[in-house]
Design a protein around this ligand. Structure first.
Ligand code: THU
Length: 160
């Protein structure tokens, strides 16, 4: 018997202004996308922006439904759109921002487990890492060099 240790290293930027300019402009796209979220039930709006290796930018936001489980997170809205419109493009970077209409969101909001699994599929498919940056409405921005870094012991095609 032995223990295994799983470690991830993340980078934390103190605020939006510390971001490199290309990431700041991708984050601006996510902020714009967040404004169009359809979130009448949770009042929690999420925006996502994806940069592809063909230089296209795809954005998405959460889309809720009166039948709650039928709604979809921003990350999956964006990534499935990217996969459907640009099936041969690689996803290079993804920025995420979330904010509540009820109280100000100052902590970085990471992608939920289901979205990590969905993003992981594309990272495995394209055999190159997807950089992910996530924040609240304001405050710190967290960067992960890859999705795998956020999903230890992930399930992928190699197990099938
Ligand atoms: N949500 C996202 O869009 N992304 C996440 O990673 C976490 C949660 C959405 C789903 C729902 O519309 C609202 O935030 C509250 O859970």
């Amino acid at each position: 018997m032995k223990d295994i240790k799983i470690e991830s290293t993340l980078t934390v930027y103190e605020n939006f202004n510390e971001l490199p300019s290309d990431i700041a402009s991708l984050m601006e796209k996510a902020i714009e996308a967040r404004k169009n979220a359809y979130a009448p039930y949770s009042n929690f709006s999420v925006g996502a922006a994806i940069l592809l290796d063909n230089n296209q930018i795809v954005t998405g936001n959460n889309q809720e439904n009166a039948s709650y489980p039928s709604g979809l997170c921003a990350e999956r809205t964006a990534i499935y759109y990217a996969g459907s419109q640009y099936p041969n493009a690689k996803i290079v970077k993804m920025t995420l921002t979330a904010g509540s209409r009820i109280n100000q969101t100052i902590t970085p909001i990471p992608p939920c487990g289901a979205c990590r699994q969905a993003i992981s599929e594309y990272e495995v498919k394209q055999e190159s890492p997807i950089e992910i940056y996530f924040m609240g409405e304001t405050g710190k921005v967290v960067k992960s060099d890859s999705l795998a870094n956020l999903l230890p012991l992930g399930f992928d095609r190699s197990f099938l």
